[in-house]
Design a binder for this molecule. Structure first.
Ligand SMILES: [Zn+2]
Length: 352
């Protein structure tokens, strides 16, 4: 596939020139909820152990309106596999994940993207760690190019300088680069740069799309997007987690749940965030607000379900296949307005 990779790399930018692109993310959380992956290590072993589950989720996101099939290679990198003692599975896990995404993309006529992410060994200013991290990015980018991706996403990286290493690896391979930073409680990168300044440096270094993903929900990500949009000329991305964060608790790791007395740890992150899940209307609101700011690479990260992606697509004026089943309360047994609903049931609605 390597011979076609360069020419297909322009697909994302052509799509963005025409309008917003929707990219469903959050594979780790959704596959974990479905019972095929462990919360904690969060290595996408389901790619090898339950490829059907991964293929199913790709198709669910396709049905819901995602314009991109993102390979489930988040944390399928050398450091994570070293931690769980399975470095030997690294290439097979990456290539299988890429093929699963490619098959779904070919079936749905969507874009097909590779993915690299936070290395968890990067130490700012340490040349040896930079060398190791760059090597990790290079090997994953190499497999992605070999499997014929249209572009490559580097995401959930909280050091601008680590993101620059990912960008260099992607650009060295001649690929279109989407670079998304994760901003923790302090609204800055881990070097202390504003997200806008980090985005500007990434654009200057050749990024095609820059933005934010993960960690922050719609409410605490939105305020950071305007300054990024003003700082760069390239396309801007925003893919929040699907949780109700706030100014006081701006990240999903920082959320507390005083209503629950049975948590095994102090905070509900990562597997007990259910009560904080945003609804589809909140995603619609976020989509419209981000689009109004000029953000045109949109998606949802951890916590996303297909209903969130459909809501995002519909907020952009689309009708994905799943829209055939969007809410229609007219025939509800009590709240319905249809003439065939018995009046005494309609009248009882106030008692429900
Ligand atoms: Zn995420």
């Amino acid at each position: 596939m390597a011979d076609s990779a360069g020419s297909r790399g322009s697909g994302l930018l052509e799509r963005l020139a025409q309008g917003p692109v929707v990219c469903a993310e959050g594979y780790l959380f959704e596959i974990e909820r479905r019972g095929y992956l462990t919360a904690g290590a969060y290595v996408p072993e389901a790619v090898l152990e339950h490829p059907d589950a991964v293929a199913r989720l790709h198709r669910d996101f396709l049905h819901a309106g995602s314009d991109v099939m993102l390979a489930f290679t988040y944390y399928a990198h050398r450091e994570k596999l070293r931690v769980i003692g399975k470095e030997g599975a690294l290439e097979e896990m990456n290539r299988t994940a890429l093929r699963l995404a490619r098959e779904a993309a070919e079936e749905g006529g969507t874009l097909f993207a590779g993915n690299v992410c936070n290395s968890n060994i990067y130490v700012d200013g340490d040349a040896e760690s930079a060398r190791q991290v760059r090597a990790m990015f290079d090997e994953q980018v190499g497999w992605a190019v070999d499997e014929g991706v249209d572009f490559i996403v580097a995401e959930t990286i909280s050091y601008a300088n680590e993101a620059l290493l990912a960008l260099e690896a992607i650009k060295a391979a001649g690929q279109t680069a989407v670079i998304n930073l994760a901003v923790h409680r302090d609204p800055e990168t881990r070097e202390g740069l504003s997200p806008a300044e980090a985005a500007r440096r990434l654009e200057d270094a050749g990024a095609d799309v820059v933005g934010l993903n993960c960690t922050r929900g719609p409410a605490s990500m939105l305020p950071l997007l305007g300054p990024i949009r003003e700082a760069v000329n390239c396309h801007v991305a925003a893919l929040p987690v699907a949780y109700r964060t706030s100014a006081e608790e701006p990240t999903f790791q920082s959320l507390t749940d005083p209503a629950c007395g049975c948590l095994p740890r102090e905070r509900p992150f990562p597997e007990a965030l259910d009560p904080f899940t945003v609804n589809r209307y909140e995603i619609e609101d976020f989509t419209r607000a981000a689009q109004a700011l000029g953000v045109n690479y949109l998606g949802v990260c951890c916590g996303a379900g297909p209903h969130h992606i459909r809501a995002m697509a519909e907020a952009l004026g689309r009708r994905p296949a799943a829209s055939r089943y969007s809410t229609d309360m007219s025939q509800h047994a009590f709240y319905g307005t249809d003439a065939r609903i018995p009046d005494q049931y309609k009248a009882f609605a106030k008692n429900l």
